[in-house]
Design a protein around this ligand. Structure first.
Ligand code: SF4
Length: 288
């Protein structure tokens, strides 16, 4: 199959993650800047705290069950922070002073304490942590994502768990929050042949849990929704039209300087980014 001057290679089509798909739903231009142009974005201390807390909760389950105490989890925080800084010393620039850093670490410790009020890790034996799943669904669409925790009951029933360091959404937005879990449920179903029995979002910010027991029909219609979204992404890629869509999320968008909704100019769409998104090869050049 050909698209313009290039040849489609379905095997190399870019994988979609829940966050990239959500980007497109929220604002196609934001999707373009992140996924096609791959523009760098400044790190945020809130996102970094999420990374740190996730790392601690993942490492907690390296310990024998009896040793998974709140104190043991707190003791993991500093070494995990040191490991993050060793990988990227620029992270320290996010903090204005040692006090600022200390208060940020204390917030991380409080989130970990909240975790112990929600679950008892001494009673859990996860089947997987930070599991990378990649699977092809209908129409050769490739999905990819990291699942924080997979629990498997003695009956074989699977529960997918995702930790959130923010607060739980209002009821109006809970279906949207479960989008990511449906995405993972569909991947696990397609990979293992059985849909997960339960999807669980653990909000450490306010100690609430959101659960959904997905029905296969629900996941089938979700798959159709993803197929439709991918078709819209492909259409944007072919036309180069990724419109800006203003929303309440704009204040947190780092692409405002390049956004026409905020007076910015949109640069030309990079051809290589479109090729990578669609899974296409550029034609060989003469002598190439
Ligand atoms: S500022 Fe708003 S409209 Fe502009 S790219 Fe970002 S999310 Fe889209």
């Amino acid at each position: 199959m050909s698209v313009g001057r290039v040849t489609v290679d379905p095997v190399r089509r870019a994988a979609m993650s829940p966050s990239r798909v959500k980007d497109f739903q929220q604002c196609p231009l934001k999707f373009r800047y992140r996924t096609v142009d791959r523009l760098p974005e400044p790190p945020s201390s809130a996102a970094l705290r999420g990374t740190l807390v996730h790392a601690v909760l993942e490492r907690l389950y390296d310990l024998p069950a009896a040793g998974r105490t709140e104190d043991a989890a707190h003791a993991l925080l500093d070494p995990q922070w040191a490991a993050l800084v060793a990988r990227d010393p620029d992270l320290l620039r996010l903090f204005t002073s040692q006090d600022d850093l200390a208060s940020w670490l204390a917030q991380g410790r409080a989130l970990i304490s909240n975790y112990f009020r929600m679950e008892n890790p001494r009673r859990l034996e996860p089947a997987a942590r930070e599991r990378l799943v990649e699977v092809e669904i209908a129409d050769g669409i490739l999905l990819r994502g990291y699942i924080d925790r997979v629990d498997r009951a003695a009956t074989g029933a699977i529960r997918l768990v995702d930790y959130k360091t923010g607060k739980s959404p209002s009821e109006r937005f809970s279906a949207e929050a479960l989008f990511q879990m449906r995405f993972y449920a569909l991947m696990v179903w397609r990979l293992e042949g059985t849909p997960p029995a339960r999807l669980q979002l653990v909000y450490l910010g306010d100690g609430r849990t959101l659960t959904l027991d997905p029905h296969p029909e629900d996941l089938i219609s979700f798959e159709a929704e993803l197929t439709g979204l991918w078709e819209r992404i492909e259409a944007s890629a072919h036309t180069g039209d990724f419109p800006a869509r203003r929303s309440a999320l704009c204040p947190w968008c780092s692409f405002q300087p390049l956004c026409p909704a905020f007076g910015g100019n949109v640069p030309p769409v990079p051809e290589e980014g479109i090729s990578a998104l669609l899974g296409v090869r550029r034609p060989a050049t003469a002598g190439g």
